[in-house]
Design a protein around this ligand. Sequence first.
Ligand SMILES: Nc1ncnc2c1ncn2[C@@H]1O[C@H](COP(=O)(O)OP(=O)(O)OP(=O)(O)O)[C@@H](O)[C@H]1O
Ligand SMILES: Nc1ccn([C@H]2C[C@H](O)[C@@H](COP(=O)(O)O)O2)c(=O)n1
Length: 203
Amino acid sequence: MIVTIDGVAASGKSSVSSGVAQALGVPYVSSGLLYRAVTLLGLEAGADLAQPGALLPLLSGVRLEPLASGNRVWNAVHDLTADLHSTRVDTGVSVVAALPEIREWVDAQLRALPAPLVAEGRDMGTNVFPHAPHKFYLTASPRVRAERRARERPEDIPAIEAALTERDRQDTTQSAPAPDARIIDTGPLTLQGVIDTILEHLR
Ligand SMILES: Nc1ncnc2c1ncn2[C@@H]1O[C@H](COP(=O)(O)OP(=O)(O)OP(=O)(O)O)[C@@H](O)[C@H]1O
Ligand SMILES: Nc1ccn([C@H]2C[C@H](O)[C@@H](COP(=O)(O)O)O2)c(=O)n1
């Protein structure tokens, strides 16, 4: 079984997917972490993030470890996970995610993972796992998402909201919900409420 949970930036994909996966006793896969890892390695190498030829050679040791408790991304023996949600990675990742060659690389990593799993991102239900039997798409207003993110990062809410809106714009191409995805407005719901809503639909 594969469950896909897509949605816009900071809509709760990772937190919800982790909760659903733990309730089901299966791993969850955070596809955004792979795009973030490519971006981080490109930044550290001083590479042009718009050039796939400069990025692909950096990826031979990259591996996603999907754990129900949370994903880890390794580059050979180096754990990159703690450095994947920095502001500089946030700023560059949409450029990387727009590259077809990088999307092909990420898709291949994801499809190589064994089912069952919960997969979260932008295009899990449309592109990576189009035949998944259970698809969900999370939304919330930019302001609600910014307020939630502000609890994680000491930045002011209007600045976070502007950054999220810009990332939504940059990610538009790959972020449309699958026609057969169940869309959930998470604004009125608690985190556990979203998890419970999805589990109800899976029963
Ligand atoms: N329904 C909710 N109610 C309250 N807080 C929530 C809800 N869903 C998620 N959160 C919180 O919002 C923040 C962002 O959630 P999360 O990181 O899971 O979003 P995301 O979509 O994976 O983000 P990104 O697109 O940056 O990967 C986290 O602090 C999370 O705990
Ligand atoms: N399946 C995916 C997952 C992520 N992206 C892009 C969109 C974001 O700009 C970036 C990081 O994702 P996040 O960790 O914020 O979920 O990667 C994508 O294009 N496709």
